[in-house]
Design a protein around this ligand. Structure first.
Ligand code: GLU
Length: 337
């Protein structure tokens, strides 16, 4: 696969933030939102808010609205999104199934898909290779069906209960791309994960499919997101190329980790925007601390996002995870005072 450098800067830039509505924002998700917003605004581009609510059981009622309220409180805004509408509506993935089906049909037509009835248990049992990231061995090309009936996809689509996942035949060889923050990245998808799932056996569309279809349909030229998604990027680039499109530019911003070195999560409750706000911390103090973490300010100070647009530079964003000290809420309260 040829080296991929992302879309040229001469195209009209469009950025996005695409949170899963599993809870309110915490400092880590706020860092991503701020970086994505600043990068789009710095290039004069519009900013899209998309709700990634495909994983039904993980969706928390009211969380999508709460995330937007908190982002607005921080001083962010968006030109398109579920609450403001826009030319690419709807902006919630659970309402975009038609587009995912169209993309699957296009991929099937071009020979990129096959149905798979193997369960996780089957795959674990087959494993001689070391297990990959999701606890399963990479799905090897040797597991692909040897032949497929020419009308297999039509029959799959019209079946009342298809009872098969759809997998993507990954291309051999490394995918290389230059991330605006993490630098040169090379990944061999066949060795790392193998043929990955685009639609689950229970009918749920996979994140990898939905994110690619939506970023393309919404004309996103730059994907700014957390570094935990860096290892999804090569898969997404393969998928985008299979759909005959050009990948966006990527910038994977550092993860915020707690003192135990774990990615901030709901458990780090004191670092949610709700609790920080309740504790009297101001949005300007949070934004100042985040801007410092993003390498945009020499020291944390009180600022609003719009103060940072002109000087924002992805080249200054550090790549390595940033440890959030447990006394941060106190530090932010002092900064706010
Ligand atoms: N929905 C993902 C999340 O909340 C982000 C996906 C993306 O930005 O590509 O972590």
């Amino acid at each position: 696969m040829p080296e991929h450098r992302g879309q040229s800067l001469t195209e009209s830039p469009r950025g996005r933030f695409a949170p899963s509505p599993t809870g309110g924002l915490h400092l880590g998700s706020a860092l991503v939102a701020l970086a994505a917003w600043l990068s789009a605004r710095n290039q004069g581009g519009p900013f899209v808010w998309r709700v990634e609510d495909l994983d039904g059981p993980r969706v928390v009622p009211g969380a999508a609205e709460q995330q937007r309220d908190e982002a607005r409180w921080l001083g962010l805004n968006w030109d398109e999104g579920p609450d403001v509408g826009g030319p690419h509506a709807p902006y919630g993935q659970s309402e975009r199934s038609d587009l995912y089906e169209e993309a699957l049909a296009q991929l099937a037509e071009a020979g990129w898909l096959f149905p798979c009835r193997r369960s996780r248990k089957d795959l674990r049992a087959l494993a001689t290779a070391p297990h990959g990231r999701d606890g399963l061995p990479p799905y090897s090309a040797s597991l692909r069906p040897k032949t497929l009936a020419p009308d297999w996809f039509a029959r799959y689509r019209t079946a009342t209960r298809p009872d098969a996942a759809l997998r993507f035949r990954v291309a051999d060889g490394p995918v290389t791309f230059t991330d605006c923050v993490q630098g040169a990245v090379t990944e061999n998808v066949a060795e790392a994960v193998g043929d990955f799932v685009l639609k689950r056996r229970d009918g749920v569309y996979a994140y990898q499919l939905a994110v690619v279809v939506d970023d393309l349909a919404m004309g996103i030229t730059e994907v700014v997101r957390g570094a935990d998604l860096l290892d999804s990027t090569a898969r997404q680039i393969q998928l985008i190329c299979a759909l005959g499109a050009t990948p966006p530019a990527y910038a994977h911003v550092p993860l915020l980790v707690n003192e135990a070195g774990e990615k901030l999560s709901k458990r780090d409750e004191a670092l949610t925007l709700t609790l920080l706000r309740d504790a009297g911390v101001t949005p300007e103090a949070i934004v100042g601390w985040l801007a410092h973490a993003l390498g945009q300010l020499d020291a944390p100070s009180r600022v609003s996002p719009s103060d940072l647009i002109t000087s924002f530079d992805t080249a200054r964003v550090p790549a390595a995870p940033i440890t959030v000290p447990s006394e941060l809420p106190r530090v932010l309260r002092r900064l706010a005072a």
